[in-house]
Design a protein around this ligand. Structure first.
Ligand SMILES: [Zn+2]
Length: 272
């Protein structure tokens, strides 16, 4: 019964997001799938965390449009998220929601879910708000080197603070709204989710600056994540990184890193 309600709720949200151009067709279908599991197996409080990520990241990607003009094409996709992006951002969180079905009274499923979302939320907030940094970002692998805004692997003060805030808000909601009142989550859990999520977003930047596949558009003479075609229609040329490691896999790794941090901490009995 809850699964059916979850499916209906997910379908409504995906439909609205599709109409608002936050998701394309494949993205909407992927959102119905992940939403059905998270809402249907998890429930309302799980939905609140997912929607916090989804709504704030969609809103931020539309905000500050003027500042981002000309930058958009550096990112591999526009505002409409496709299935790859939905699974890249939400795949690990969905897996934790599914695990909560088999381990119904285990807080690690919830904390892992929250940390997976905290990491992608941190990454999205950093990407979207980082463009507001007054000076050029620096490479995470070499802080003396400044790079153009929007470059994968570039980090800035504003972006870093945004990542902490993005992770912190998910951590805070996770602690205030545990799915069962049998669990008391405390400030320690909040800090754990926040820093684990933050670490995940740093891992994302590290992959972006090292092994993520990067391409070059000979027409615009610009580095891009887009492949096989650039926004201008020109075929892009591979210049560095592992060809299979696109932005979606990097997001999945970011989220896995966030979840891994809290699960290891819980396994070693650091909290709970
Ligand atoms: Zn081009």
């Amino acid at each position: 019964m809850q699964l059916l309600l979850g499916f209906l709720f997910a379908a409504v949200i995906a439909y609205l997001a599709y109409h608002a151009h936050s998701l394309n067709k494949s993205g909407a279908l992927a959102a119905v799938f992940t939403g059905t599991i998270i809402f249907g197996v998890g429930g309302l409080r799980w939905a609140i965390l997912l929607l916090t990520f989804f709504i704030t990241s969609s809103a931020l990607s539309r905000a500050f449009k003027k500042r981002k003009q000309g930058l958009d094409e550096k990112f591999s996709k526009g505002h409409e998220r496709d299935a790859g992006q939905v699974f890249g951002n939400g795949g690990i969180a969905t897996a934790f929601a599914a695990l909560s079905y088999f381990f119904p009274n285990e807080p690690w499923t919830w904390v892992g879910f929250a940390a997976a979302l905290a990491a992608v939320n941190a990454d999205t907030w950093a990407t979207e708000l980082g463009v507001l940094n007054p000076s050029s970002p620096r490479m995470i692998t070499d802080l003396r080197k400044t790079v153009e805004k929007g470059t994968s692997g570039g980090i800035s003060l504003v972006g870093t603070l945004a990542a902490l805030a993005g992770s912190g808000i998910i951590g805070l909601l996770a602690v205030i709204l545990p799915p069962t009142d049998n669990w008391t989550l405390n400030t320690g859990h909040w800090l754990l989710i926040t820093f684990s999520g933050f670490a995940g977003s740093l891992f994302d930047s590290l992959l972006g600056g090292t092994v993520q596949a990067m391409y070059y558009c000979p027409t615009d003479k610009k580095e891009t994540e887009k492949h096989p075609l650039h926004t201008c229609g020109t075929p892009t040329v591979h210049i560095r990184g592992w060809r299979w490691l696109d932005n979606d896999w990097v997001n999945l790794a970011c989220s896995a890193c966030g979840a891994f941090g809290v699960v290891v901490a819980l396994a070693f009995g650091i909290l709970l």
